[in-house]
Design a protein around this ligand. Sequence first.
Ligand code: SF4
Length: 446
Amino acid sequence: MSDKTTGTSGATELRAAEPGPVKPAGRLKADADLKQLMGKYYNGVFWAHRLHRPIAWITSGAPVEPLYAMGITPVYPENYGAILGSRKCAVEYCEIAEGAGYSRDLCSYARGSIGSMMADRGPLNGRGLPAPDVLICAKNICNVVVKWWEVMARHYNKPLFILDTPYVPEEPVKPHQLEFVRGQLEEMIAFLEKHTKRRLSRSRLVRVLENSTKTVALWEEVQRYRQASPSPSSALDMFTNMAPIVAIRGTDACVKYYRKLADELKERAAHGVGPVPNERYRLVWDNIAIWHNFRLMKYFHERGAVFVGETYTNAWGEYSFSPEDYKDPIMAMARQYSGVLLNVGPEVRLGRLLKMARDYRADGVVFHSNRSCKTYSLSQYFLARGVQEQLGLPTLFIEADMTDPRAYADAATKTRVDAFLEILEGRKEAGGVGATAGAGAGGRTC
Ligand code: SF4
């Protein structure tokens, strides 16, 4: 897959614009629409269950387009895990799973979701997620999902399809790998047709792919505005705003929402409005959000640091299809879903990260060493070394878990943040600037 990291042309225009005095920005106006949109999505999930319409429990890296084209409602246990984290009830559900023998070393999305499933309760309407009719697991993000999905399929006694995607150590994806994944996708569609009694219409699939393409283009546009100084939004906004591109990618409602969000960020960027008045340090975040502790992001903000890019949110800009692809939509999906961030080699990941740091003129990179997600965290020391050696940027490691606060120490983390920001300040005072300064030694790790 080609590197779809946001381009630079828009940023040049934005940097050329006179930003004027920095104004503090409150919440995005689009947040109200976001709440409504995702509320409607989850209402739709519960209604689908009541109306006996087919529901598929699906992994975040799986191709959702055939499901929408067939009128099957996708449900994302991983997104649900993030909800448990942000509503600060993950521990309650993780402990139910742990009590049944699931190790605390397992991904907390899996533990929380399994706990909620076992107890059949959760924060959305008092019950757990509505039961699936089928389950789809793509192993392009990690191996945990394979066992996790097996557990859920056994619990509900429902059919499971595992979509096998070979690891991609270097780009582009090899033709024989693509052929293999194409075969898998054809089997997946046959599986869905068999178990839901719905047929996949090619024209409907293309229509959904067109919406995915528009969504991804708008998401890239949104990200591009963040290259402006001050950045019109931060990781706080983007982590919550990625929910639609994950769960309802391919729908008209998703396209409409991101058009509105892009317009709002464009206006903010044009008027020099950002979440961090007197933005002093521009940072890139690697790994999933710490959903249970957004206060840590605010701690950065209060000290003049803003996250202008995240590898996690940026990765969702990789699911794009070109009009040429619509001639062979299955092959297009094989290509896109093989090259996702967690299925590529560390060198490819490093290339994407360096490009982000340059494009967004980062002053440093913060690595969330996420106890839950080994796939994401494993190569972070390699990435940090690459950032230090090739861009001369300091890096910070934060040890935490995306939803389980038991694996996070607030005071110790803040001490490290303070030390990291002191290093950045020292570089500023010495005349050092961000990633556009080019390669060179000088990066340090906290
Ligand atoms: S281990 Fe990582 S990639 Fe796998 S489900 Fe958990 S968070 Fe997602």
